[in-house]
Design a protein around this ligand. Structure first.
Ligand code: UDP
Ligand code: MG
Length: 310
């Protein structure tokens, strides 16, 4: 019998975990494949760890990875992928925003021969207007400037076969990364399924606007080198502009004597310096990423695990 590994990232989800388990367990029990639930406790500081230990003690299918501290959602998904032993792996959230019923459809797709399944949300009731608008703007920009195409509504709910998971395990170990983007660009037979994102069952979203902003910037830097070329383009535009100003100045000097250009000089200086600093800053961002990759620190550190050796 084939087996599916279901990876669930958990960060301070004590309010949602009980409901997640009691609601999803019967759904998973009725699956045509055997399953394992890999909960990744991403350094929770609430009661999540003890709830997971209890679940693992009474259910051998529940496996738990405890991180030594918080490493972030993507690190948690990667750890789950790394430890998975199924013929297919599904990554999902612990807050029931990703309906467990979808796993049955995912297995159907696997059996039809698909190897990468991206879940696309049709509706996100819990996300406000601001989140929806900024998310669309982000994908629009990213797809304009990067050489890969990223599905705008693809979520971090996805499924891959063991084959495709191996690629993520071995070759996509970047420290600054966008897992969702990689999943869409590793090739393989790919399809999408849609689902309706439900509101969170309990607790609150762990992604603040600040975190999302940082995440978006990093993603753009990872998928595009256009920002690096900004210096060349703006240099050319400004050079042309300078040439026009020069010709104009010579003309005015010849016809009316030395022009008085104090204001022009100040404005131009401010403008030029602002542009220079922005470009230097962009280069700095790339260097910061290079530095992070070079240091090669671990993506996550495991404190202990449960039920992996049974
Ligand atoms: N999460 C995590 N580590 C973090 C932040 C979040 O493992 O540092 C988990 C969280 O417990 C949840 C999932 O990632 O299962 C998605 O987070 P959340 O629901 O807060 O994000 P949203 O659905 O609002 O985008
Ligand atoms: Mg959520």
């Amino acid at each position: 019998m084939k087996k599916i590994s279901i990876v669930i990232s958990v960060y301070n989800e004590e309010k949602a975990l009980g409901e997640f388990y009691s609601e999803s367990r019967p759904v998973f029990d009725s699956l045509p494949w055997d399953y394992e639930l890999i909960f990744v406790n991403d350094g929770s500081s609430d009661g999540s760890a003890s709830i997971l230990r209890e679940l693992a003690a009474c259910d051998k299918r529940v496996k738990v990875i405890h991180f030594s501290r918080n490493f972030g959602h993507e690190a948690a998904m990667l750890a789950g992928l790394d430890k998975s032993s199924g013929d297919g792996v599904v990554c999902m959230d612990a807050d029931l925003q990703h309906p467990p019923e979808c796993v049955a459809q995912i297995i159907e797709k696997f059996e039809e021969g698909y190897e990468v399944i991206n879940m696309v949300r049709t509706q996100n009731k819990s996300a406000g207007l601001v989140k929806n608008v900024t998310s669309s703007a982000f994908y629009w920009l990213l797809n304009r400037i990067s050489d890969v195409y990223l599905e705008p509504n693809a979520s971090d709910f996805f499924a891959v076969t063991a084959n495709a998971a191996a690629v993520l395990k071995e070759n996509y170990r970047e420290k600054v990364r966008f897992l969702r983007g990689y999943v869409q660009n590793i090739g393989f037979r790919r399809t999408t399924l849609s689902y309706e994102a439900r509101p969170r069952v309990a607790g609150e979203s762990k992604y603040s606007i600040r975190k999302l902003f940082k995440f978006s910037i990093n993603t753009i830097l990872c998928f595009s080198d256009l920002p690096l070329k900004l210096g060349i383009y703006s240099g050319m535009v400004v050079g042309l502009f300078g040439l026009i100003v020069m010709v104009n100045t010579i003309y005015e000097w010849a016809s009316r004597g030395t022009p008085n250009g104090y204001a022009t000089i100040v404005v131009l200086l401010c403008f030029m310096f602002a542009m220079l600093f922005v470009i230097v800053g962009i280069i700095g961002e790339y260097i910061a990423i290079l530095f992070t990759e070079l240091k090669d620190r671990p993506i996550y550190i495991i404190h202990d695990t449960e039920n992996f050796d049974v």
